[in-house]
Design a protein around this ligand. Structure first.
Ligand code: ZN
Length: 302
């Protein structure tokens, strides 16, 4: 009895064990075929505050969609070198540290491929500039204050309207001739003893009347004569990239006009709040105020 019982018992147990093995093998087979990941490269690997970084997602077939975010901020991708790329601007007032990113490639008839990781935003020291300016240019009367605020609002509105088409191609070019690097990006300014907003662009000193050219192909998003920036031109290069040109003496383009890289926008002046003739050149990527030098150094190959 006992023997038979044992034998009768062993059978189902062995089956059970076998079934368990098959299940484990199936699981292992599933694990051995890794979930497909998206192929993402960061340039540079670790960016500094004020930099323009970019992600390159390789192997993206036509018709596939790439979506992604850095620190919860959505990225805008465009076709690039057999894959897709997106620019990431790191605003000059961003806190240094490690931020999460994620990317997903979605295409018909295939499991979505994704990738995620972290990127480090490295600290950068900014100069402190102490300036003394005529009091009416700093301590504004209520009318001037209202005007400056309205203009700042208008600028924000223009800069937040990103045209969906990528107009920029290849390298961004210096807006004035010469080799001297622009100065003062991110400078924490103390004007007449009071801390003010950091300097959002770089300044090129140049003689009055020096031609100013478009840094890249784009559309003229704004021409104006504002209290602080003076005569200004803002170019929309598409997908959230803008360049700004302040303190002009004359303007040679009109709003809505399409301009090519190197096309004259106007001439260097000292309009608005300026201590002498110079070009204030600014750059924005998305909502981030970035170092224009970083935009000029951007090395996307087309
Ligand atoms: Zn400036």
């Amino acid at each position: 009895m006992t023997g038979i019982a044992r034998a009768g018992y062993k059978g189902p147990l062995r089956l059970l064990v076998l079934a368990g093995c098959v299940a484990a093998m199936a699981l292992r087979a599933g694990a051995a075929r890794p979930a497909e990941t998206a192929d993402v490269a960061w340039h540079p690997k670790n960016a500094r505050i004020g930099d323009v970084a970019w992600l390159h997602v390789r192997d993206v077939p036509d018709g596939a969609t790439v979506e992604g975010s850095v620190d919860g901020r959505r990225l805008t991708f465009f076709p690039y070198a057999g894959g897709q790329a997106a620019l990431l601007g790191i605003d000059l007032e961003t806190k240094p540290g490690v931020r999460p990113w994620r990317v997903a490639v979605v295409e018909r008839g295939r499991e979505p491929r994704s990738a995620h990781g972290t990127v480090r935003f490295e600290a950068r020291r900014f100069p402190v500039e102490r300036l003394t300016l005529p009091r009416p240019m700093v301590d504004l009367d209520p009318d001037a204050e209202r005007r400056a605020q309205g203009e700042a609002q208008r600028l924000t509105t223009v800069l937040s309207a990103a045209s969906a088409e990528r107009l920029w191609r290849g390298r961004f070019t210096r807006p004035v001739a010469g080799t001297e690097p622009g100065t003062g990006f991110g400078a924490r300014r103390i004007i007449n003893g009071k801390p003010r907003a950091p300097h959002g662009g770089i300044d090129y000193s140049a003689p009055l009347g020096t031609p100013i050219v478009a840094a890249n192909t784009g559309r003229v998003a704004l021409v104006g004569e504002f209290f602080f920036p003076g005569r200004l031109v803002v170019l929309d290069h598409g997908l959230g990239v803008h360049t700004l040109y302040f303190h002009l003496d004359s303007v040679a383009v009109g709003e809505g006009e399409r301009v090519e890289r190197g096309q004259t926008l106007g001439t260097v002046g000292a309009s608005g709040r300026a201590t002498g003739p110079h070009l204030h050149f600014g750059a924005q990527v998305g909502a981030a105020r970035v170092d224009p030098a970083a935009l000029l150094g951007l090395a996307l190959g087309d």
